[in-house]
Design a binder for this molecule. Structure first.
Ligand code: AMP
Ligand code: ZN
Ligand code: FE
Ligand code: FE
Length: 281
C-alpha cells in the first residue's frame, strides 16, 4: 500500500492539473495521495472529483509557507477547514506577497536578461500561487536556461543576488492556525539543507509544543544523515514521521511514490478529529 502525502498541482507550482495529478497517482499504483499546494486549496474540488473517478484515496491539504528569522519553513496541513477565515487570510497575504515578490525578482533579472513580468505571468495558471518555479519556466521559455533545475542552480537559489523573500507567518503561528482550522500540521523537509538554511532544532521544539504532529523525515532532498536526524528528533519530541515525494510534475525529478508514509502513521493522521474528511474511492 503506497501512501504519498505531499504533491503539487498547477494550483501552485506543479505542472499537472489537479485531475492529471490524481490520474498519475493512480497510474503509479498509489493507494493514497495528498494534494498539498503552496498556500491554496484551489485544487481541492477538481482533485476530489477525479480521485473518485480514479478510485484513489485523497487527503486534501496545503503546504503553508512560513518563515523564522528569514529562514523558510514549509508546513504541511492535512484535512483542515478550507473556509477557516484566519488561515485563509494568512494564505491570501502570502499569495499576494508572492506576486509582488515575483515581480521584484523578475525586475532584478531583467537588468541582466531579456525577461519581463508578463513572461512569468504567462507561466501561471489563473489564480494559482506563484513561485520561483514559474520564474524558472519563464527563463526556460525565453531560452535563458534549459530547465527549472538550471534556473535554480544559476539564478534563483536561496541567497542568489536575485533572491527576494515574501511575507510568511511564523511557523509556531502556522502550527496553531492549522490546528485551529481542524487540520493536522506536519513539518515538510525539516532538515533539507540543500534547499537553503534550515531552522534550529529548538524552533522545531517550539512547533511541537504548539501542536505539531509530525516531521516529514523521508524526502528526496534529505540525505541519510538528515533523515536519521529527523527521526531522532521526532522520537525525542513525541512526533510521528512521514515520507513523501514532493512531486511537482515535469519541472522536478521527484517521482510520485518515490518516498512513502507507513500505513500506521497515515492512520494516525486520518484518525484525528479533523475538519475535512478523506476522500475515499
Ligand atoms: P518559492 O516557493 O517561490 O520560494 O519556490 C520554492 C519552490 O521551488 C519549492 O516548491 C521547490 O520545490 C521548488 N524548487 C526548489 N529548487 C528547485 C529545483 N532545483 N528545480 C525545480 N524546483 C525547485
Ligand atoms: Zn513547490
Ligand atoms: Fe516545500
Ligand atoms: Fe512541496
Amino acid at each position: 500500500m503506497l501512501i504519498d502525502l505531499h504533491a503539487h498541482s498547477s494550483a501552485s507550482d506543479g505542472t499537472d492539473t489537479p485531475a492529471q495529478l490524481m490520474a498519475k497517482a493512480a497510474q503509479a499504483d498509489l493507494s493514497v495521495i495528498a494534494l498539498t499546494d503552496h498556500d491554496t486549496t484551489a485544487g481541492w474540488e477538481e482533485a476530489e472529483r477525479e480521485a473518485r473517478r480514479q478510485g484513489i484515496t485523497l487527503v486534501r491539504g496545503i503546504e503553508l509557507s512560513c518563515k523564522r528569522d528569514g529562514i523558510s519553513v514549509h508546513l504541511l496541513g492535512y484535512l483542515h477547514d478550507p473556509t477557516h477565515a484566519e488561515l485563509i487570510a494568512e494564505m491570501d497575504r502570502a499569495r499576494d506577497s508572492r506576486y509582488r515578490r515575483a515581480e521584484l525578482i523578475t525586475e532584478a533579472l531583467a537588468a541582466d536578461f531579456p525577461i519581463d513580468y508578463q513572461d512569468v505571468l504567462a507561466q501561471v495558471s489563473p489564480g494559482a500561487t506563484v513561485g520561483r518555479p514559474h520564474i524558472a519556466d519563464a527563463l526556460v521559455a525565453r531560452g535563458i536556461v534549459a530547465s527549472r533545475d538550471e534556473a535554480f542552480a544559476r539564478l534563483l537559489y536561496d541567497g542568489s543576488p536575485y533572491y527576494i523573500s515574501h511575507y510568511a507567518p511564523d511557523p509556531v503561528a502556522g502550527v496553531r492556525l492549522v490546528r485551529q482550522a481542524g487540520g493536522v500540521p506536519v513539518m515538510a523537509h525539516p532538515c533539507a539543507a540543500k534547499r537553503g538554511r534550515v531552522v534550529a532544532d529548538t524552533v522545531i521544539e517550539e512547533m511541537a509544543a504548539a501542536g505539531l504532529a509530525g516531521l516529514e523525515a523521508t524526502h528526496p532532498d534529505h540525505d541519510p544523515q538528515q533523515e536519521a536526524h529527523a527521526r531522532d528528533l521526532a522520537a525525542a519530541l513525541g512526533l510521528f514521521t512521514t515520507g513523501s515525494s514532493d512531486y511537482h510534475g515535469a519541472g522536478k525529478a521527484n517521482r510520485l511514490g518515490q518516498c512513502t508514509t507507513d500505513v500506521d502513521v497515515y492512520e494516525r493522521i486520518v484518525g484525528q478529529e479533523t475538519a475535512t474528511d478523506v476522500v475515499l474511492p
